[in-house]
Design a protein around this ligand. Structure first.
Ligand SMILES: [Zn+2]
Length: 387
């Protein structure tokens, strides 16, 4: 079968960064793909010898592995354009629960997923509790890989499976797009329910995601049992007679046995140096969501300090309830606006190889057999990747 008949296409550019360990940049390079499956990557002359399919040349652009959006909630895609002005987490959460949170229509989901795909995302880790099967169908429809996680929330004991059967059916456990569980947060979900979700992820070989240290209100609630978040959650989410653990969110996550190299702690805004050392020692990765944090008004994660502490980093858009779009490059622009000297290679690791390691399946790398496709670095960011 020739390339055209097999649906193969090639992309070429002045530079390709494969993100393979120790690999040098490939200059004047080409990538051959079938859908998002990488068939070949290397010097243009070698890779395209005898290739008869269509070739799209990106000129001076830099090509990188398809990006991994390591944290989102597509079930909130219907809230696009409605996010409230930054007023802190409790104010945002109160706004959110007053919205219509019924699952978005297939058209709304398809638009959100198409935006991700069009801006270079090849895989995602999506979290939700109301529309997992629909989200999985939308992602599969656009050929995106990754995880759709059913989020444990609340303190009630439950016998329900950590991953609903409908989600498992829509994203079978060992597919390129797989179902898993996740935990909401230490203040919203009981230790038992978090452990069940973590165990379900372990059994599936999937990373366990947890919102952690997103804001100072969380720190205050865990330390003292008081503050605006306690006021919001008392009688609704927090159990009667809630006793705060009296330590930081990171220390409490360690105490509950929730951290490890297969864990993605999302946000990590409200940390001190001791928390960063605990995170680094645990091997857990952190997903930075700079625009979501700004939109909610919780401050910003100290990305350089996390990097210096040795914490593996990922990047995520979070949801359209706290962000304007699902374009991961805008997360990069926000990160560099806050930290202009943050190293470009660390940014690329966060967009590709680190979440790729968590997800497996050859995601986050450009090599034959990899499944996440290729992304083009936008022109305003590309020069950062030419040393
Ligand atoms: Zn989230």
């Amino acid at each position: 079968m020739d390339a055209l008949a097999a649906g193969q296409r090639a992309v070429t550019a002045r530079r390709v960064l494969t993100m393979l360990p120790g690999a040098a940049p490939l200059d004047d390079a080409a990538v051959v793909l079938a859908g998002r499956r990488v068939l070949a990557v290397g010097p243009r002359r070698d890779v395209l010898r005898g290739f008869a399919g269509p070739v799209a040349d990106h000129g001076d652009a830099v090509l990188v592995p398809g990006l991994v959006n390591a944290h989102g909630h597509l079930e909130l895609a219907g809230l696009r354009g409605r996010a409230s002005a930054p007023a802190g987490f409790s104010a945002w959460a109160a706004w959110l629960v007053a919205q219509d949170l019924s699952p978005p229509s297939p058209a709304v989901l398809a638009r959100a997923v198409a935006e991700m795909a069009a801006t270079g995302t090849g895989a995602t880790i999506d979290v939700g509790s109301r529309a997992g099967a629909q989200v999985a169908a939308a992602l599969a429809g656009a050929g995106l890989a990754g995880l759709v996680c059913h989020e444990a929330f609340g303190w009630k004991k439950t016998n329900r499976p950590a991953v609903p059967a409908a989600l498992d059916a829509a994203a079978p456990p060992h597919g390129l797009l797989a179902a898993a569980a996740s935990g909401h947060a230490l203040y919203s979900t009981s230790p038992e329910n978090l452990r069940r979700a973590r165990d379900a992820c372990r059994a599936r070989g999937a990373p366990f995601c947890l919102h952690l240290a997103e804001h100072a209100e969380e720190t205050e609630l865990l330390a003292t049992g008081a503050g605006p978040l306690a006021a919001l959650l008392a009688g609704r989410v927090l159990p009667r007679g809630y006793v705060p653990p009296g330590r930081s969110p990171v220390a409490e996550a360690v105490a509950q046995g929730l951290l490890g190299p297969d864990v993605l702690a999302v946000h990590a805004v409200a940390l001190d140096a001791a928390d960063r050392r605990l995170l680094a020692a645990s091997g857990a990765a952190v997903c930075l969501c700079p625009r979501s944090n700004a939109r909610i008004g919780v401050g910003r994660a100290d990305a350089p300090a996390l990097l210096a502490a040795g914490v593996p980093l990922c990047l995520g858009t979070d949801s359209l309830a706290s962000n304007d779009d699902l374009d991961l490059w805008n997360e990069v622009r926000a990160l560099w606006a806050a930290f202009p000297d943050f190293p470009p290679n660390a940014v690329l690791e966060a967009l590709t190889a680190t979440p790729g390691r968590l997800l497996g399946r050859g995601l986050g790398r450009l090599a034959p057999g990899a499944a996440g496709g290729v992304a083009v670095v936008p022109p305003d960011l590309a020069e950062r990747f030419y040393p």
